[in-house]
Each structure stands twice: as structure tokens, then as C-alpha cells.
Design a protein around this ligand. Structure first.
Ligand code: PLP
Length: 450
């Protein structure tokens, strides 16, 4: 299996050729098939003798890849798309070919060094101290959970008599915060945001005071603010909430999985004032920082606190901790890890940070221009001016059925992927623009079908 023979060499060329075509040409949109359809086309792929590399690659190219939507297609605007840069995609191939271990300094010093410089860029943009640091984890869900676990461990040390812990977050916070509370078996106070859906310090302060006075032995150990909600891109009052949390010895976590990428965009940077007060923050380079899946940057103001909570102790691991070096495994809920921050690092190092700011501003400008087109469209109504790069709107007179039918047809016609979302129980449409290849002409084409 491991022998490098002529068949492997030929396969290597085929794989590189396929990757090159994927990079060079516009990505196909494609779309899902049913398990039955796929079985009819692919059959049983796991066999005693094996299909051989060439045949298996053909099967992937002709059947399986075509049943996967290209998340970097310029008219994929649903959920949060991806937009990995050419450099990051190419380097992902290198990471895959290198058998790097990203969990410890002993094994992956060079990789960890580079990942840490990429984390430093984000940390500096946020205004955290030089002692801040963290790790790239799989996604925002894991980043939020790891940060909150560190926060609770720290609170348990400070307040040993507390019986029940709670997280305070906006009712608009991402589902992963509720999931974290469930996994951790802690309570969650969902605080009502203001009319603009942004969480304000006054509501947080009174919710925390009310909860703690009504429940003896209970305490709020963390407040989560969102730096760009997934549905609408709304940013909570980071400065007010952060100041309140800092003053009251409550951990301040900023969930910026989508939005904090825009820390590098001067036009919107002031919206994130107060992020420098965070005890921890996350941002997913696989969302709006042009990196491939799966990479979430998790950064702690004081990484020592996180290490206390997350370090795994075992006899066989002792040589790793004894050397006093930076082991990424120690800063989240994981041990073995792929050096998943490297594609992001490579692209950032190769292109320079100015290119990142420019690409970010481009997506923000397309979002603004899209909002203008929507406002002028006779059938459409803008939900609000976009704060970042998410544009939400409605089609006059439509209910869920019409939205779903339109969305299905848009994909079936291979024009784009735009799925309905909800707001106050009512259907809306939203464009999440994170791809610098998404041009205003692409938006106009989609709008012409409405
Ligand atoms: C996407 C998102 C998450 C979850 O991140 P994953 O990488 O999908 O796990 C968490 N919070 C916010 C605000 C998000 O937009």
C-alpha cells in the first residue's frame, strides 16, 4: 500500500491535474442526490480487492464530487459560504502530504510556530495583550465550547461554593452556545436584545442580577457577546458588556465565528470596539478569511487559564509537557490535531495582510451594492441595511412555500444557492457575501429571478 511505484506516481499526477482544474476553472455549483441515486451510480465502493486508485478517483470526480455543492461558488450565498484563496487551497495539499502533527511543539514546532503567528495577527487586530494565545480548532462550535469550559474551570477555582453555573448570552446568540451549555450541563440566560437585535449592557446587567438574587448558590460565570450574528451580521455592544463583565469578574467571551474576520476591514473596525476586553474570542478563517475547512481561531487573553482546564495528563504524554513548550493540544478539547491553521497561515504570509483587508472591503462593498439593488427592486424589501456582509430581504407577498420553491429552482437551474431563513417566525432571504469572486452582476442575476 505504501510503496511508491509507477501506479502511485501516475495517480499523483491525476490528483494534481484534478486539483489544478478545480482551481483554474470556475467551480461547478452541483447539488445533492438521494442515497438511492448515488448507489445506482456508484454501487458498493468498499470491496475486498479494491477498485484501484485511478478507478476510485474517477468515481469521485464523475459521481461523488458532482453530488457536493461547491461552497466557494460565487453564487453560493446561503448559510455562510467558504472562499478559500488559491494559496490556501494549494497549501492544504501540502499539509495533507506532510503527515504533520499539530498537537505538540516536540513533533510540530515549525507548524505550530507558523500557526501561532497567524493567531497573533488576529489577536493584535483585536487589541489583546502580547501574552494572549490559542489554537486552531475544528470550528466555531468547538471553539465556543472550549472557551466556555476554560471559563467555568476558572470560575470554579475562584468560587468553590457555587452549586450551579450559568452563561448569559443574547437570545440571538448562535445555536452552538446553547449546545455548549447543554454539553456542560450549565444554565443559559437568554437575554433579550434591543429593537435592532443587538445585545445591550443594561439588559445583561439586570438579567445577571435578577438570576443571582433569585437563585441562591447560582452564579453567571461567562457572558457571551456576538461579533456578527450569523443570520443578520448584528454586533452586540461589546464595549459596554465587556466593561461590565470585567468589572464583575465574569468571563467575557466574544463569538465572532463569522464577523470578527472584519477586524481587518478599516471601514467596519469601530463596530468591534470593546473586543479588546475579551477573555476569549473565536473567529473561523474558514468562513470569511479565505481559508479552507476546517479552521477556527480560538484565542485566550490568558492562555494559562485555558491550559489548566484542558491539559490532558497521562504517563505517555509527560515528555510533551515537561519541556515547557507551547503545545496546541493544551488549549482546547482535543489531543491529536491536524495543523489546520497552516493553509490560512500560508495564504496570509504569501499575500500579506493588506490583500486581506482589501478582499474584505470588497465583499462589504458588494453587500452594500446588493442592498441598493434590493431597495430599488419593485418586488423586494430590505430587512435592514447590512452591518457587515449579510443582506437580508423579503419578497412581497410570498410565504414559506414560495420561498422554498424558488430556492429549489435556483439550485436546479444551477444559478445559485440561496436558502430561506426566518425572522420572527416569518421567512426571509439572505445573501451571505464572503467571497471576493461574488460580483454585483452575480447578485443582479439572482435578483432578476425574483
Ligand atoms: C458559524 C458560527 C458558529 C459555529 O461555527 P462552526 O464553525 O460552524 O462550528 C458559531 N457562532 C457564530 C456566530 C457562527 O456564525
Amino acid at each position: 500500500m505504501h510503496e511508491f511505484n509507477s501506479e502511485v506516481e501516475a495517480l499523483a499526477k491525476e490528483v494534481l491535474e484534478y486539483s489544478l482544474i478545480r482551481l483554474r476553472d470556475n467551480p461547478p455549483l452541483d447539488g445533492p442526490k438521494t442515497p438511492e441515486e448515488l448507489f445506482a451510480l456508484a454501487g458498493n465502493t468498499i470491496t475486498e480487492k479494491g477498485l484501484g486508485g485511478h478507478e476510485t478517483l474517477e468515481l469521485f470526480k464523475e459521481v461523488l464530487a458532482k453530488a457536493c455543492i461547491s461552497t466557494d461558488h460565487p453564487k453560493y450565498l446561503a448559510f455562510i459560504p467558504s472562499a478559500p484563496s488559491e494559496h490556501s487551497i494549494l497549501f492544504d495539499l501540502v499539509v495533507g502530504a506532510s503527515a504533520l502533527y499539530g498537537g505538540s511543539w516536540l513533533e510540530g514546532a515549525g507548524a505550530v510556530f507558523a500557526e501561532n503567528q497567524a493567531l497573533r495577527w488576529i489577536s493584535d487586530l483585536a487589541g489583546l495583550p502580547q501574552s494572549a494565545g490559542g489554537v486552531f480548532v475544528q470550528g466555531g462550535t468547538m471553539g465556543n465550547l472550549s472557551a466556555l469550559v476554560a471559563a467555568r474551570a476558572h470560575a470554579r477555582e475562584k468560587y468553590p461554593d457555587i452549586k450551579r453555573w450559568a452563561i448569559a448570552a443574547s437570545a440571538e446568540a448562535h445555536s452552538s452556545i446553547k449546545s455548549a451549555a447543554q454539553v456542560m450541563d450549565v444554565e443559559i440566560l437568554l437575554v433579550k436584545p434591543d429593537a435592532d437585535r443587538s445585545l445591550q449592557v443594561s439588559e445583561v446587567a439586570s438579567a445577571v442580577a435578577k438570576y443571582e438574587s433569585e437563585n441562591a448558590g447560582h452564579k453567571v460565570f461567562a457572558i457571551v457577546a456576538t461579533g456578527g450574528t450569523t443570520n443578520l451580521g448584528i454586533i452586540d455592544d461589546l464595549y459596554g458588556i465587556g466593561t461590565f463583565a470585567n468589572k464583575n469578574g465574569i468571563w467575557f467571551h466574544v463569538d465572532g465565528a463569522y464577523g470578527l474576520a472584519a477586524l481587518c476591514a478599516p471601514s467596519v473596525r469601530p463596530l468591534f470596539n470593546g473586543v479588546e476586553l475579551a477573555d476569549s474570542l473565536i473567529v473561523d478563517p474558514h468562513k470569511w478569511l479565505f481559508a479552507p475547512f476546517d479552521a477556527c481561531a480560538l484565542i485566550y487573553r490568558n492562555p494559562e487559564i485555558a491550559k489548566k482546564a484542558h491539559l490532558q495528563k497521562a504517563a505517555y504524554l509527560e515528555p510533551l509537557d515537561d519541556d515547557g513548550n507551547w503545545n496546541p493540544s493544551d488549549y482546547a478539547i482535543h489531543l491529536t490535531r491536524r495543523a489546520r491553521g497552516l493553509p490560512f497561515w500560508f495564504s496570509l504570509a504569501a499575500n500579506g495582510t493588506t490583500e486581506y483587508s482589501k478582499a474584505m472591503e470588497e465583499t462589504i462593498n458588494v453587500a452594500k451594492a446588493a442592498a441598493k439593488l434590493i431597495a430599488q427592486h419593485p418586488n423586494l424589501e430590505l430587512v435592514m441595511e447590512p452591518k457587515l456582509s449579510i443582506v437580508a430581504f423579503t419578497r412581497k407577498g410570498w410565504g414559506w412555500d414560495e420561498y422554498n420553491a424558488w430556492s429549489d429552482k435556483l439550485l436546479a437551474d444551477q444559478i445559485g444557492l440561496v436558502t430561506p431563513s426566518g425572522l420572527n417566525g416569518e421567512p426571509i432571504l439572505r445573501f451571505a457575501i464572503v467571497n471576493p469572486w461574488t460580483k454585483i452582476e452575480d447578485i443582479a442575476e439572482i435578483l432578476s429571478t425574483l
